[in-house]
Design a protein around this ligand. Sequence first.
Ligand SMILES: [Zn+2]
Length: 71
Amino acid sequence: MAYLRSIDHPYQGTAQPYCFYCGATINYPAIHRVGSTGAITLHSNCAVDLSIKIMADVNHMQNDTNRRIRM
Ligand SMILES: [Zn+2]
């Protein structure tokens, strides 16, 4: 949804004080995503690490199910 440049941002109400991935206090700039059931805030390096793990999970699932999730 956005990256947050400082504590003073339009997502103030949903930004989390701790990183979703590592649990350490959020500092800025940070990555912020709002989903249908909640919001996550991450350090930029943690967003990279988590996105790589998510893509690896999708790749494994594609291999296990022998089908592509998207063409
Ligand atoms: Zn983190």
